[in-house]
Design a protein around this ligand. Sequence first.
Ligand SMILES: Cc1cc2nc3c(=O)[nH]c(=O)nc-3n(C[C@H](O)[C@H](O)[C@H](O)COP(=O)(O)OP(=O)(O)OC[C@H]3O[C@@H](n4cnc5c(N)ncnc54)[C@H](O)[C@@H]3O)c2cc1C
Length: 388
Amino acid sequence: MNNKPTIAVIGAGLGGAAAGALLQQAGYPTKVYEQAPAFSRLGAGIHLGPNVMKVMRRIGIEDKLNTMGSHPDHWFSRNGLTGEYQSRIPLGDFARENYGAAYITVHRGDLHELMVSTLDQENLFFDKRLVDVNDQGGKVRMTFADGTTEEADLVIGADGVNSQIREKLLGSEAPIYSGWVAHRAIISAEKLKAYDLDFEACVKWWSEDRHMMVYFVTGDEKEYYYVTGVPEPEWCHGTSFVDSSQEEMREAFKGYHPTVQALIDCTETVTKWPLLERNPLPLWHDNRLVLLGDACHPMKPHMAQGAAMAIEDAAMLVRCLEEVGAHDYREAFELYRTNRFERASRVQKVSHDNTWLRQDEDPAWVFGYDVFETPLKAPEAVSEESPV
Ligand SMILES: Cc1cc2nc3c(=O)[nH]c(=O)nc-3n(C[C@H](O)[C@H](O)[C@H](O)COP(=O)(O)OP(=O)(O)OC[C@H]3O[C@@H](n4cnc5c(N)ncnc54)[C@H](O)[C@@H]3O)c2cc1C
């Protein structure tokens, strides 16, 4: 008989899908509730560093991702105006040998579809928007927008930057608009053949206050992608994205290198996203509720590590439940927070400052991390303060 507690994961984003898959593998009766009626292949890419690929190995999809993704040999940083190289960070074989897994870039929709496919489909529920949660001591009662209610022993808030579970723990508070937006566009690599230019597999073009990160999102290198960081003092479109345009891109990257101009010339559709943050939260869990990912540490995406932190959180949370025994869930949740707070807060800070790999530096503290092997720190041994 299974005497493990029942667990509800709210949100089937990248963090929620990782948590659901790892919990189900470990034998926890787990249901995942997602507000969206279905997922679509949004036009966006994502980096998966070796730190995340180790979690993908555990979930059982590392090989598929290695086939699906592009494998850059380097992360290049270049001066957006002159093209001069500012850093050459070795990835490829170097990453496999030194950090223990590949560094890939992939289409976010393809990654998400693959991760969601690893969940027990009978315990994955779409169109289930959580509107209230009541931690009654013995069980948690969840109420959804369709009027239905469900119960679970433990509830994981993997419900993103506007998390209902965070609101339950800490009250209503909008995320902070950082003053920066990100434009995102996918370009057919076929179109780029018309240019006598080198389109590198993973390159970030920088100038003082803005940048454009560019990489392939498929292993066959047919789809190229850019994502920017551009200052925009006001944002009045809530937390959703809006359409942008080629003209807006030309204006934002006026004077940039011909390679960047070629990418803008080849842009068909481009969207614009507000970059939202929160300061490190004083509370990650209370009684039977616990948070992970953007629900507790949303960040600017400038290290390409936001989803990585959500996925690492999921793996550490399951590790701590196993370590302590899930019936001591309060202790397990505190062990989890203790072993995630410093790292997530540090990544949040470096992402905020947008300094990552701008010049040559050793990225081993990020890429070499193994969430399953890193020694666990006892709760009292860790300071409450962010280390940076
Ligand atoms: C422009 C941009 C580029 C980025 N690039 C990268 C990158 O290269 N690498 C990287 O690691 N990260 C990147 N990130 C960050 C990354 O997207 C996020 O950190 C990551 O998606 C967080 O995952 P999550 O599962 O915590 O939240 P989300 O992905 O936001 O998932 C939350 C899920 O919960 C659901 N949900 C919300 N509310 C409810 C509710 N009430 N009831 C039920 N379901 C609910 C949502 O529909 C959603 O499916 C980028 C972000 C941006 C904006």
